[in-house]
Design a protein around this ligand. Structure first.
Ligand code: SIN
Length: 502
């Protein structure tokens, strides 16, 4: 088991009931993207809601690229898995004894559970860490997974570097990758420093198929300070509004749902507004919600604002979009099985097809929970035949030996492969990425940078190949969706490409 966000912890906990489990993580057990999730977890748990409505909302936002079957699994099994979390001790917030629920963009109902106000991920992570510590799973912290070990076409283990044990091979009958996303690809991200896409890059090198990698979601509102602390969409769900430098609301001009339009629309609306006002951040005005409400409902955001000298109960705060969630990843079936026997992927590293071209807010913790749980159910099952069309090989990018820093790469990706893309800018990014070479010092940082480089190259290629705009992928030279692109683009090592409908 690789990774200790919600997906890795759930998989480890479930599997350790009957399997011999080793859980490795490159930081401490409790560190992951999950810990920073604020808004919550979406599930159709209330009488005025339905699984069908959750399915519809998820499909609408996914812009025609979701796997309907995966979405049905997510929305129908989600409520039971959330009840599992409650049984495990996750104390979701309540009002008058009933589960409290928030609203986020593009949900037709209020169905988002939260805990500790805006500390949902931290509450889930804490309960799962406790349970895993008490389980039979063996935990190795600060172990960096360098590569997957493939023998005879099957994954049989991982090579790790861990200060405590040095370089070491861990053998396994199966490997469940739950290593999270790759927010560190971009200059601005809400993700923690550990999100360098290590699992996806290792899977790519091992020959696994990656899918939908061009779809990266940018959260509209991160605090415009170093570190880009997330300002949950739930704040807008409660009624906060976005203002330009002159104090005027501008999102209502872009979409009838204004501040609660789909995330990509709001993020691009903010970026356009920022460009118009010379690059300065826009403002999020939550003052109408009142100091007491803000303190109680969003204690974490209140604290971070205060740490930066901002009093959001009395003044609007500066916000900017930031890379938040990668819809693409290692392609899996509805049980987390990848294209390589023995290798599972769950959580953000996976592309189950649930999110399509854009993720509905608060569906990612749910996806991790549901598919991690399912993957354990088929650990001993025969591996299904891959019935996808064969992959066409393409030329690999030859490194030209030019060194780069992580900052160089993040800047390039932000400017050329971020919220607004075009053939010209992506072409420039592709050339630049082709010139850079990873440093071969063997350090963990160098390996992370190599992983980011590998993923940048495949993301840029995919973004170039997708000559249309769809969901989170916006091409200013192809601003509309095109029917011939209503399909997935899939990629394998050295590099890429298969551009066939699947
Ligand atoms: C948020 O709280 O705005 C983030 C929720 C999510 O990304 O699903």
């Amino acid at each position: 088991m690789v990774g200790t966000g919600i997906a890795g912890l759930v998989a480890a906990l479930e599997a350790s009931r009957i399997h011999d489990v080793t859980l490795v993580t490159k930081s401490e057990l409790a560190e992951s993207n999950t810990k920073y999730a604020q808004g919550g977890i979406a599930a159709a748990l209330f009488d005025d809601d339905s699984v069908e409505s959750h399915i519809e909302d998820t499909l609408r936002v996914g812009a025609g690229l979701n796997s309907r079957r995966a979405v049905e699994v997510l929305c129908s099994e989600g409520p039971d898995r959330v009840r599992d979390l409650i049984r495990l001790g996750v104390a979701f917030d309540r009002e008058h004894g009933e589960l409290a629920r928030g609203r986020e963009a593009a949900h037709s109902r209020s169905r988002i559970l939260h805990a500790g106000g805006d500390a949902t991920g931290a509450a889930i992570e804490a309960a799962l860490v406790l349970a895993v510590r008490e389980s039979a799973a063996r935990v190795i912290e600060y172990a960096f997974v360098k590569d997957l070990v493939v023998t005879g076409g099957r994954v049989v283990g991982v090579d790790v570097i861990a200060p405590a044990v040095g370089a070491r091979r861990l053998e396994a009958d199966s490997v469940i990758l739950a290593s999270g996303g790759a927010g560190q690809l971009y200059r601005h991200t809400t993700n923690p420093i550990v999100t360098t896409g290590d699992g996806a890059a290792a899977a790519l090198r091992a020959g696994a198929v990656l899918s939908d990698v061009e779809f990266y979601q940018f959260h509209p509102t991160s605090l415009a300070v170093p570190g880009n602390f997330l300002i949950s969409e739930a704040v807008r769900g409660e009624g906060a509004v976005l203002l330009d430098a002159d104090g005027r609301r501008f999102m209502t001009g872009w979409h009838p749902d204004g501040e609660l339009a789909p995330r990509d629309v709001v993020a691009r609306g903010i970026a356009r507004q920022m460009a118009e006002q010379g690059g300065t951040p826009v403002l999020l005005d939550a003052t109408a919600l009142g100091g007491t409400f803000l303190r109680e409902r969003f204690p974490g955001i209140t604290r971070v604002c205060r740490d930066h000298g901002l009093d959001w109960a009395n003044e609007p705060i500066p916000v900017t979009p930031a890379a938040h969630y990668w819809m693409g990843g290692v392609r899996t079936d509805e049980w987390g099985r990848t294209s390589i026997p023995g290798l599972f992927a769950v959580g953000e590293v996976a592309c189950t097809g649930v999110h399509g071209a854009n993720r509905l807010a608060s569906n990612s913790l749910l996806e991790s929970l549901v598919f991690a749980w399912r993957s354990v159910g088929v650990l001993n099952a025969p591996w299904p035949l891959d019935d996808h069309a064969p992959i066409e090989p393409a030329d690999a990018i030859a490194d030209s030996g030019v060194p780069f820093t992580r900052g160089d790469l993040q800047e390039l990706m932000w400017n050329e492969a971020g919220l607004f893309r075009s053939g010209e800018h992506l072409g420039h990014a592709e050339e630049q990425l082709g010139r850079w070479s990873p440093d071969d010092s063997g350090s963990v940082t160098a390996q992370e940078n190599a992983n980011l480089l590998d993923l940048s190259r495949v993301i840029v290629r995919a973004a170039l190949a997708r000559e249309e705009s769809r969901g989170a992928h916006y091409r200013s030279d192809f601003p509309a969706s095109r029917p011939q692109f209503a399909r997935h683009l899939e990629w394998t090592q050295s590099q890429p490409a298969r551009k066939v409908a699947v």
